[in-house]
Design a protein around this ligand. Structure first.
Ligand SMILES: C[C@H](O)[C@H](O)[C@H]1CNC2=NC(N)=NC(=O)C2=N1
Length: 97
C-alpha cells in the first residue's frame, strides 16, 4: 500500500480522534482507569492487528497506552495505518465508557 503524502495524512486525521502526525508515524496516547485496562486494550488489539496483518508499536505506562502507527514496509503512513487507527479508537471506546 502506497505511502500517503503529508496533506493526505492530515486530511485523514480529521476523521480520527486525537491522533497526531510525528515524522513518519501517527501517534496517540490512550488513557484508561488502571494497568489492567491498559493490558486488556492490548489483548483486544492483537486479533485486529493480526487480521489486518498490520501491527502497532505499543508502550504501556501504567494507565496510559501510547501507540505509534507506521507502515514499516513503506517507511511511512499508509491507508492501513489510518484503518488500524479507526479500529483502535472504536476498541478504546468500549473500555472507557
Ligand atoms: C510479513 C508481514 O506481512 C509484514 O511484515 C507486515 C506485518 N505487520 C506490519 N505492521 C506494520 N506496522 N508495518 C508493516 O510494514 C508490517 N508488515
Amino acid at each position: 500500500m502506497a505511502k500517503l503524502s503529508e496533506d493526505q495524512i492530515r486530511q485523514a486525521l480529521l476523521k480520527l480522534t486525537e491522533w497526531k502526525l510525528e515524522k513518519d508515524m501517527i501517534v496517540k496516547e490512550f488513557k484508561f482507569r488502571d494497568f489492567a485496562t491498559s493490558v486488556k486494550f492490548l489483548t483486544m488489539i492483537q486479533p485486529v492487528a493480526d487480521s489486518l496483518d498490520h501491527h502497532p508499536d505499543v508502550c504501556i505506562y501504567y494507565n496510559r497506552v501510547v501507540i505509534h502507527l507506521t507502515t514499516h514496509d513503506e517507511g511511512g503512513v499508509t491507508e492501513l495505518d489510518i484503518r488500524l487507527a479507526e479500529k483502535l479508537d472504536e476498541l478504546s471506546k468500549t473500555l472507557t465508557s
